[in-house]
Ligand binder design. Structure first.
Ligand code: C2O
Ligand code: CU
Length: 424
């Protein structure tokens, strides 16, 4: 925090080499190091500034995924950072505590830049002091899950012949580590799980079928904990889970095949080990899980200012392929809108909207499942199904500077399954 009260972060995008367990170093990219980036953390009400410097040989950007902020600070394809360049966005944190993240978003090149290692967590805190594990690195852990394909010691960026989905890897990295384990020293641990992969959908499940509590989704805490033994997360989505640990525990967080999707070209039939959880022989006490966590989203009874339909098919939305010169939607400041988004082609698609957190009103013909009852910014849309989302546009009108909406399977996004909206 500088003397004027602004919390300032410095990020340098650079190329390097990392030990990813291949016997020889792997060429990678990172922020302030050779792979991934530091966890940034700020509190609601704080002013933040990030000084981003690029030492890359290519134009890139840094986008603050899930953040409510002015479009000119958003870090999408309209805020490029040239090689050797610098960009210093600043804004005030004004949203509930949440697990957000940051990653590049250059026009048509996002998949490659994220895949090479440019990604980090951005954690927000607020005054809601609900009793959850909260000591970073002790009982509260960032868990960034990414799958990588290798060619020897090199990251394999070639797209498989049938993989219209994009890159799927057979090696899972957690925070950049293959074969990761976590030594728990407390009765409960909170895992802030981010699917930071390009294309893979994970169904998180423990090998001993133990249940765990989902306590937060993309935009912050759920109304109440949801007990489950499995959770689907598509690329870009986050969930915070609280897991009970027993003394001397051994259990493995795996990704089981998503039910109903056995398509091997989308990774649907793969079973992968993600993280081994090991319990110490004596565990420090943890607070009991609260039964109430946060107010539920409240847009269901709002007056609707505009109703829109968006369909996702192949490499385009119903507006066409992404065109930097075309604005697809003009939304009005301080209104609530209803967007019905349809997966129209039977491929795997999800949907992400910049700037806002939305409420899921309908999901595949029914009410949303309990894990989608909180604020979301990215949602998986089952094949052929529709979701109804409601969002409210507040604070930042700027007709000159669009935000993006898109599928977060990064190859789809790069190939054109993206559009632009402005708030006027
Ligand atoms: Cu995480 Cu438009 O992106
Ligand atoms: Cu898609």
């Amino acid at each position: 925090v500088d003397p004027s009260g602004v919390r300032t972060f410095d990020l340098t995008m650079q190329a390097g080499e990392s030990d990813l367990g291949r016997g020889a170093p792997t060429p990678t990219w990172g922020f302030n190091g050779s792979f991934l980036g530091p966890t940034l953390r700020a509190t609601r009400g704080e002013q933040v500034r990030v000084n981003v410097t690029s030492r890359l040989g290519e134009t890139s950007t840094v986008h603050w995924h899930g953040m409510h902020l002015p479009a000119s600070m958003d870090g999408g394809p309209r805020q490029p950072i040239q090689p050797g360049g610098r960009w210093s966005p600043h804004w005030t944190i004004d949203q509930p505590a949440a697990t957000l993240w940051y990653h590049p978003h250059p026009h048509g090149e996002t998949a490659k830049h994220v895949y090479r290692g440019l990604a980090g967590m951005f954690l927000l805190d607020d005054a809601n002091d609900v009793a959850l594990p909260k000591t970073y690195g002790v009982d509260d852990f960032p868990i960034m899950v990414q799958d990588k394909a290798f060619d020897g010691n090199q990251l394999d960026e070639s797209h498989g012949l049938f993989q219209s989905t994009g890159i799927l890897g057979d090696t899972v990295l957690v925070n950049g580590t293959p074969g990761a384990f976590l030594q728990a020293t407390t009765e409960r641990v909170r895992l802030r799980v981010l699917n930071g992969s390009n294309a893979r959908v994970y169904r998180f499940h423990f090998d001993d079928n133990r249940r765990y509590a989902v306590v937060a989704s993309d935009g912050g805490l759920l109304p109440r904990p949801v007990l489950t033994d499995e959770l689907l997360l598509s690329p870009g989505e986050r969930a915070e889970i609280v897991v009970d640990v027993r003394p001397g525990d051994r259990t493995v967080l795996q990704s089981a095949p998503p039910t109903g999707d056995g398509n091997r070209f989308t990774g649907g039939s793969d079973r992968l080990d993600i993280l081994e959880l090991r319990g110490a022989t004596t565990l420090a006490p943890s607070p009991p899980l609260p039964s109430e966590l946060a107010p539920a989203p409240d847009l269901a009874d709002d007056v609707i200012g505009a109703t829109r339909s968006i369909s996702l098919s192949g490499t385009r939305t119903n507006f066409g392929k992404m065109d930097m010169g075309r604005v697809d939607i003009v939304s009005t400041l301080d209104t609530t809108e209803s967007w019905t988004v349809t997966n129209a082609d039977g491929q795997v698609h999800n949907f992400h909207i910049h700037d806002v957190q939305f409420q899921v009103i309908r999901y595949a013909g029914g009410p949303p499942p309990a894990v989608l009852a909180g604020w979301k910014d990215t949602v998986l849309i089952p094949n052929g199904a529709s979701v109804e989302l409601r969002m409210r546009f507040t604070d930042f009108a700027d007709t000159q500077s669009p935000y993006m909406f898109h599928c977060h399977l990064l190859r789809h996004e790069d190939e054109g399954l993206m559009g632009q909206f402005v708030v006027a």
